[in-house]
Structures are given as C-alpha cells and as structure tokens.
Design a binder for this molecule. Structure first.
Ligand SMILES: Cc1ncc(COP(=O)(O)O)c(C=O)c1O
Length: 381
C-alpha cells in the first residue's frame, strides 16, 4: 500500500495536480480584522455573504442550544427535529415547490435522488458539465448512463427518442460551475415532457442567484411541475451546510423510504438547518442582496474583458495550467483569492481562472484586483 501512495504522490507532483487542505487566509486567530487586512475573496461560494450574517449565526446558536450540536440519529430513527421541518418549509417556500427534503449535503441529496429513481430500466442522460456528485450518483444508480454533449438539446432529443428503456431521467444544472452558463430550462423541460422523461435540475448555483434568489426553475415557471425535480446545496448562497431535494410530496415520501443517502446517514445538524432556514427568509425579504451580487458579477466580467456569465462565477481562459497555477499563487500572495481550474478537472481541457462574485465585494478593491491579475496574465506568470 505504501508503494501505491508514494507512486500516486509522484504522479501528482509530475503533473502539477497536487491538492491541499490549507487554512484559508484571513481565518486564523492572527489574521488582521480591518477590511483591508482581510483577503479579497473571489473564490468562495458564499455568494450573498450570508455565512457571516449575524441573523444566521443567531439562528444557529439558538438551534444548538435548543436541540444540541448533532441530530444524533438518522432522520428515520430519532433524528428528525422540528428545525428540519422548519427548514424544509422555508426551502419549499423560497423555491415555490410543494415539498422539500433536507439531506446532510448537496452531494448526499444528489446521490439520494438518482439512486432512488434510477435502475436498469431507467436511462440516465447526464450533461457533460455536471458536477462530480451527479456523475457518482448516476454510476451508483445501476442505470445505463449516457453523457450528452454540453447543453446539446438536439443530441438529447435523439437519445430520448431512440431509447430502449421504459423510463428516462435527464440531469442538468441551472448554472454550470465550469463556465457559469445557464441552459434554457423551459426547452429542457418541454423536451422531457415530450419524451415522458424526468428532468433533474441541480440548482447548487441557482438558488439565491437566479429568479431574485428563488432559483432558475422558479424563474422559468417550472416550480411544482410533476416532471421537474430540483436538488440544491445549502452551502453556497444560503451560507450554511447541507442539501435538499425539492418536488412533490409523493417524491418526498419516496425518498424518505428509499434514498439510502437519507436513510443511512445522520440527520443534518441543527445549527446549519436553522442557519439555512434564516437564509431563505432573508433572500425573500431582501432581493437587493441578489441584485448586488449580479452587479458585482457584471463588474468582474467587464473589468476582465469577458462575456458576462449567468451566474456569480466568471471564467477567464488562461494559456496553460502552469500559468493558471502561478497567477493564482501570486494573487494569493497579494491577498486576492481566486479559483484555478485546470485539467483533469475541466471537461474541455482548457485552464481557467475563476472569479466569483459576492454581494458584499468592494467594487474599488475588485477593479484593483482584476487590473493586477490582467497584468500578471500579460506577463505570462
Ligand atoms: C453543482 C453542484 N452540485 C452539488 C454540489 C455538492 O454540494 P455540497 O457541497 O453541499 O455537498 C456542489 C458543490 O460544490 C455543486 O457545485
């Protein structure tokens, strides 16, 4: 086994694909507290800046004092707490869905829906850009799985029309994290209705962002449609932790009885459940926060000279993986945190810097950071 670990580490070194769990700058005890001492965060998924909102913190503390630090058991044993019901109602209200079921993560929610609905008689069609959790979920579902070229609805139509399986599930995202693009959900839903297929839309990057924060499915008028199911994470715009599946009451019951990542998993802890419920209320009450996020996203795109992507993440193409890594490190040294995407984790093999908008980003600091990044990219390091 030791040999195997050593070989794998050498391969990572050679390919320059080493990953690490470094403490995020600005989060240790010694970090400065002034706004300018804090790093400029253009990398995290806390799109609306809610993870540090005092109302979310207060909700988490109250829930911890009332229910304890953990749910203590699976939701189907003794782990369902009143805060879970409150969270599920809040999520359903935010997204306009009849019902919600909370999971311990977005990853677990995606595993839950596809393993509970898939099987040998169900073709699963996944978009080439979907998140790894959905790829894993499709694999675990025991369904035949086919990958559709990214957002290619003509190819999707052919595959649905010519399938041999009785059932089909199409899996897409409302905003893809690789390019930040948004597919036409209405077209996807119509195609699925025509071919009697279920559409699963992962709204990890859509809830809190699209449709005044209520999600892309809501914005497309598809919330509550029988053949459209939404999955979401509570760890991005909602500033907490956990995941959810949103759809009909009957679907919720089915998942409670069959989704292994729900049944054989400890319930979501009270603190993030309460924080996420508070986030749902804030998003509904304060649409200006979502508007601010979109203004910052537009500013990133214009100051980097790229087309505005639909979501918070704006991607900047970079000539080589080495340059992407070097520029990311140099920006980090300047207190600017950006994402770095390079092969093998990019489906199209193109290296990119990813700048993520947050509702509370200071525009002046942002313009300074993008100018610095542009000059580093022109230098080629
Ligand atoms: C599209 C998408 N789906 C699912 C997930 C998983 O969510 P979680 O982090 O809550 O497990 C992510 C997280 O990165 C994501 O981007």
């Amino acid at each position: 086994m030791q040999d195997r670990l050593i070989d794998a580490a050498r391969v990572r070194d050679r390919r320059g694909t080493v990953r690490a769990t470094r403490i995020s700058p600005g989060t240790d005890e010694d970090a400065g507290t002034g706004a300018l001492d804090r790093p400029l965060d253009l990398a995290s998924n806390d799109y609306l800046g809610l993870s540090t909102d005092s109302r979310l913190k207060a909700a988490a503390i109250t829930a911890t004092e009332r229910y304890g630090t953990g749910a203590r058991a699976s939701r189907v044993v003794t782990g369902t707490l009143p805060i879970h019901n409150h969270l599920e109602q809040s999520l359903a209200e935010l997204t306009g869905q009849p019902a919600a079921l909370a999971f311990s993560s977005g990853y677990a929610a995606n595993l839950g829906i596809l393993t509970a609905l898939g099987g040998p008689d169900t073709l699963i069609l996944i978009d080439a850009h979907i998140h790894a959790s959905l790829v894993d979920a499709a694999r675990l579902s025991r369904s035949p799985v086919t990958t559709i070229p990214h957002s290619n609805f003509a190819a999707l139509n052919d595959l649905l029309a010519n399938r041999t399986q009785t059932r089909a599930i199409v899996v897409i995202e409302s905003i893809y994290s690789v390019l930040g693009d948004a597919p036409n959900l209405l077209d996807a839903a119509m195609l699925c209705a025509t071919h009697d297929a279920l559409l699963v839309v992962d709204e990890a990057h859509g809830v809190g962002v699209l449709g005044a924060g209520r999600g892309g499915v809501y914005a497309a008028g598809l919330a509550g449609a029988d053949h459209v199911v939404v999955t979401a994470t509570l760890s991005k715009a909602l500033g907490a932790q956990g995941g959810a599946v949103l759809g009909s009451e009957m679907l919720r019951d089915h998942l409670v009885n069959t989704a292994r990542s729900f049944i054989f998993d400890t319930g979501l802890a009270p603190a993030p459940a309460a924080a996420a419920a508070a986030a749902c209320r804030i998003i509904l009450a304060e649409p200006a926060r979502v508007d601010a996020l979109h203004r910052v996203a537009s500013l990133i795109a214009s100051s980097c000279g790229v087309d505005r992507a639909a979501g918070p993440v704006q991607s900047i193409r970079v000539g080589s993986p080495d340059i992407a890594v070097k520029v990311t490190e140099r920006l980090r040294d300047e207190g600017i945190l950006v994402g770095c995407f390079r092969p093998p984790s990019v489906p199209d093999g193109i290296s990119r810097l990813r700048l993520t908008a947050h509702a509370d980003t200071d525009p002046a600091r942002l313009v300074w950071a993008t100018a610095l990044m542009t000059s580093m990219l022109l230098d080629g390091n």
